[in-house]
Structures are given as C-alpha cells and as structure tokens.
Design a protein around this ligand. Structure first.
Ligand code: MN
Ligand code: MN
Length: 328
C-alpha cells in the first residue's frame, strides 16, 4: 500500500482518524506526527485539546504531492501518525512527563516529531526531549506572543511561560532563539523585555513587515546555521481573519499566503522537531484554522523530506497509480 492513501484508492472523506490517513507504523519511518491534546494551561479560552483531531480532519483536503517544493513530503519520509498522547487534563507535570517520554521515543527511533497541540505549554516538554537528544537547541518561534512571562497567579507552568522555562532549564541557546511575529497589547510596558533579557532575538510583526520576510529569514539562517533547530508555530501568529480558531487572537498578523511563503522559505535548517499549537476548533466555524494548521504540518514535513534528500536518505517515491476510472 502507498501512503498517504491516494483518493484514487479511497475517497478522502473516508477517514481513518490519522493525518492524511497515514499508518501508525511503517518500516523506515523518519517522521512522526503526534497529538499533544493538553489545554488546561491556557489563560483565556480553552478547548485546544480538540486541535489535533480537527487538524487531522482538515488534512483530508490535502493531496500527496507538494508542487512548490517538488516532493512527496509523507512518502519520502515514510511518515506515520502515532495518534494522541494520553495526557492528564488536571496535571501539567504528569502531562509533561508523558509528552517528553513520547517525543524522546520518537527521536530515539530516528524520526522527526511534528506535535499537534494543545496549548503552547506542551512545547516545553518537547523541547526537554529534543535538548536531551541533541543538546542546546536553536528555536524558531512564530507567535504573536513571546511566552516568556514568568508566573501567572503564582503558577510557573502555563501557556505563557514555556520559553522562559526553556531558557532557565538550559534547553536552548538563547542567541539562536528567534521569536517572530510578536504584536498586540501588553499587560505591562516591560513585558517584551523579558525576551531580550533572556538573550533571545525578538522580531515584532512590525519589524517583520518593515524589513521584509527575506531579510529576516536570511538573518535566521545565518545565525542558526546547521545547529539542531526546533520550530514552534503558535497559530495566533496568523491574522485571526485567516485563523480565528485560537485562544488569544491578535489582529494585525500575516495572511495565510504570507505565512506559508515564509515557512516554505525556511529551508536548509537542521530541523529536529516541530509543533503547531493553540488551534481551538470551537472558535473555528468553517475549519479554516485547522486547514491552515494541516498545511503547516505539510510544509514542515516537506522540510524533513528536503533534508533527507540532501543527505541522500529520502525514500524513493513509487510510481503514481493510474487514476481510477471515475476520476478520468
Ligand atoms: Mn500566542
Ligand atoms: Mn504561544
């Protein structure tokens, strides 16, 4: 059987529950999609626990071949979807242990993880696993918020703090962390200083617009080089006109086209993990947020395939099956 299943084989509305109907096991898999449906560290709207299944549902609209990058992202990586992790809704600490163990297992098997959130707190657990496997990480963090706030009502672990905890725990190399797309009103004038104090590169949406994507991407590539790099994508990076289904939307973001073009241009980096977080289906009435998130997963997978190709390790693509008679 060729994966992802082609609509020539089975209509795409016949779901299997996995991303693009990928299998859960496959020989030589180099990419694993996993759901991290934990959302009780959110400060405002909750419900991102339903993000993974919404993203998988939307993925049925995608086709196997990426014409922009010129490859089959899931075939060349022999991608699998290992389903949702059994997080504990009332315990962030136990959920962190479960997520970290699962991501560590994926990495140990030579696969690149793509996590589906969940609120942004889940990223800390994935970073812990990735840093144990690869050492201090470079990070590309696309978000309208820095998530470097310290405590909230006395709690250290919530969706506004993963990137301050990551620095404190020594998981990242601060000079190679880029927080891009930051915007919106703040609680205090000094809120953004926390990111700079940690030594992170903070690029506001305004700066991104003024300097342009190409200049910022060139800076990111120059600074990160071939270091192990984790890309964390908070869907509220995108303008809520294009991605309304999220917990803390901020107007004034990129369109979906601008977002995809920027993500596609981030080639040549040594990616060791990805996530897309904060997709909140109950605020996503026409599922456009979930569709964009699915497309981002698709582009992340394409980066993994590009890197495998560069190392001569991409899986060969079987001959494309003849279209079924009904499609002619
Ligand atoms: Mn955010
Ligand atoms: Mn965030």
């Amino acid at each position: 059987m060729q994966y992802p299943l082609s609509p020539d084989v089975k209509p795409e509305f016949c779901t299997t529950g996995s991303f693009m109907r990928l299998p859960s096991k496959r020989d030589g898999a180099r990419l694993a999609i996993l759901g991290m449906p934990f959302d009780t560290a959110a400060s405002f709207r909750v419900g991102a626990r339903f993000g993974p299944q919404a993203i998988r549902q939307a993925s049925m609209l995608l086709f196997p071949y990426n014409p922009v990058q010129g490859l089959y992202p899931f075939e060349e990586t022999h991608a699998i979807d290992i389903g949702d992790l059994s997080v504990i809704p009332h315990s962030i600490q136990r959920s962190y242990q479960i997520i970290e163990a699962a991501v560590a297992d994926v990495l140990r098997q030579g696969m690149v993880p793509i996590g589906l959130g969940g609120d942004h707190s889940v990223t800390l657990a994935a970073l812990r696993a990735a840093a144990k496997a690869h050492g201090r990480l470079a990070v590309i963090h696309l978000d309208s918020h820095t998530d470097t706030w310290d405590t909230y009502y006395g709690e250290k672990y919530w969706h506004g703090s993963p990137f301050i905890r990551a620095a404190e725990e020594g998981l990242v190399e601060p000079s190679r962390v880029f927080q891009i797309g930051i915007r919106g009103s703040l609680n205090h004038p000094g809120d953004l200083a926390a990111s700079l104090d940690l030594g992170y590169n903070l690029i506001t949406m305004r700066e991104l617009r003024q300097r342009g994507v190409a200049a910022v991407v060139a800076q990111v590539k120059e600074r990160i080089g071939d270091r192990p790099c984790y890309l964390s994508f908070d869907i509220d990076f995108v303008d809520p006109a294009f991605a309304p289904g999220t917990g803390t939307p901020e107007v004034g973001g990129f369109t979906s086209y601008e977002t995809l073009e920027m993500v596609r241009s981030l080639t040549g980096l040594n990616y060791v993990g990805f996530d897309v977080v904060e997709v909140l289906p109950s605020y996503d009435p026409v599922q456009v947020t979930a569709l964009l998130a699915a497309m981002l997963v698709y582009e992340f997978a394409s980066h993994v395939a590009l890197n495998l190709r560069a190392r001569g390790e991409a899986w060969p693509v079987p001959a494309v099956p003849e279209p079924a008679p009904a499609f002619r």
